[in-house]
Design a protein around this ligand. Sequence first.
Ligand code: HEC
Ligand code: HEC
Length: 446
Amino acid sequence: MSNKFFFAIVTSLLFVACSKDKMSVTIEMDQQLESLIEKASPDGTKDFYILPGETDLSSIPQDPMNALTPERVELGRLLYFETGFAMAAIRESGMGTYSCGSCHIPEAGFKPGNFQGIADGGIGFGLNGEDRRRHPDYTESELDVQAARPLTMVNVAFVKNTFWNGQFGSKVANEGTEHLWANDPATERNALGFEGIETVNFAGIETHRYDINPELIEQYGYKEMFDAAYPDLEEKLRYSNYAGSLAMSAYIRTILSTQAPFQRWLKGNKNSLSAEEKQGGILFFSKANCSNCHYNPNLGSFEFHALGVKDMDQIPSYNASPNDLRNLGRGGFTKLDEDYYKFKVPGLYNIKDTPFYFHGASIRSLDELLEYKNQAVSENIRVSNDRLSEKFLPLNLSETEKNQLKSFLERSLTDPDLRRYGVDSVLSGLCFPNNDSQSRVDLGCN
Ligand code: HEC
Ligand code: HEC
C-alpha cells in the first residue's frame, strides 16, 4: 500500500468518525432542547409551541362573538391599511393620511419602525416608518401618539389581556376586576364580554381617528365586503367603526410567524436551526430562565412582572409625562400597590425587526437587552430593586452564552416574510399605510 493511499484511508476514516461525532452531538442537542421544551410547556408537549397555519382559520384562537371567516379576515386586512377612512383627523391636513399600518408596519415586525408611532399629525415614512415626525400644522398634544412602545400584531391571537398593563378583555387576568370598568371610559367596553383583541380595537379605532361610515363605504366600494363579513349585524352597526374594528380583529389574529426557523424545527426539520441557535434555545429553556416567564406559544405569557426598565418620559419622546398612568404598569389599571411597575410578558417573535425594546423603549440592541436580563438590576429610579419580580434574577451568562441566546432570538424566532400579510392596494386607491405628502414620496406613490 502506498503511503499516499494509506494516508487517504486514514483521513477519510477520521473524517467519518469526526462527522459522525458532530452528528451525534447535534442529535443530542435536538433531544436536549426537545425535553427542555416539554418541561417548560404548560401541557407537557413540544407541539404546544407550534403555531396554527395562517389560513387554518378554525385552529386560530378566536372570539366566539367574532368567529373567523375568510370574508372578515379579507375585509379587516384592507381596512387595517386603508387611509381613506382616516377621516376623524384633528386638522384638515391630516385627513386621509394614516391607518393602523402607520404604527404597526409589517416590515417592522408590526411595530412602528421607531420607538413611538405617529398616526394623525405625523408626516413621512422613510423606509419602514423610522422617519415619521410631527407635521408642522399640529401641536405635540394634538398628535395621535402614545407614551409607550407600540406592541406587535405578530401572534397577537395568543394575547388574552391586551396593552402593556393588560387592561382590555374580560377574561384571564381581568377576572375579578369588574368593579374597575364601570366608571372608566377606557375599559368600560370590557363589560361587552368580547376577548381582549376585539375590546382593545373598539377603543383603538376611535383613539386612532377612523371614521368608517356608509357614504365612504359606498364611495370606495366596500359595501359588498361588509355585507359578506357581517350579514347578521343591523345596518347601523354593519357600516360603521364597530364592524370595521371587528373585521380588523379577525385579520390581525391571522398574523402568525409560521415561517420562523424555530417553527420549522418544532415541526421536525432539525436542520432549520444552527448548532449555535440550538444552544441558545437550550439556554432559553434552562439556565437563562427565559421560559419561566415567556412560556406561551407566542413566547409571552399572561403574567405581569416588574423589570425596572425606564418609562417613556425618561427618554426624549412625544407626549410623555412623569404622571402618565402607563408608567405604573398593571398598577395604573388595578390601583393596587402590589401591581405597580409590572408589565405584561410580551411575545418574542420578530423582535429583531426594530431595535426598540421594553415598554419605554429604553434599550436599543439585543446585546444590551441580554446584559440587562443578565444583571437583573433596575435602571429606573422610580422602581427600587426590592420591587423587581422574584423571578427576575442575575444569570451569570458568559459572552458565548449571550451570543448563543442572541442567535436564537435574532434568527430562530424571526419570520422572514411578514410582508405576506400586507396588501397590494386598498379600495380607495390612496397611498398606504400613510398618505401625507412626504410619505407619498417615501412610499413611491407619486
Ligand atoms: C399612533 C400609533 C398607533 C396606531 C395608529 C395604532 N396603534 Fe395599536 N398600539 C399602539 C400602542 C402604543 C399600543 C400599546 C399601548 C399600551 O399598551 O399602553 C398598541 C397596542 C395595540 C394592540 C394590543 C396588543 C397587545 O399585545 O396587547 C392591538 C391589538 C392594536 N394595538 C391594534 C391596532 C389596530 C387594529 C389599529 C388600527 C385601528 C391600531 N392598533 C392603530 C399604537 C398604535
Ligand atoms: C420575570 C419574568 C421574565 C423573565 C425571567 C424574562 N423575561 Fe423577558 N420580559 C419580561 C417582561 C415583563 C417584559 C416587558 C418589561 C417591560 O417592558 O417593562 C419582558 C421583555 C422582554 C423583551 C423585549 C420585548 C419587547 O417587545 O420589547 C425581550 C426580547 C425579552 N423579554 C427576552 C427575554 C429573554 C431572552 C429572557 C431570558 C434571558 C427573558 N426575557 C427573561 C419578563 C421576563
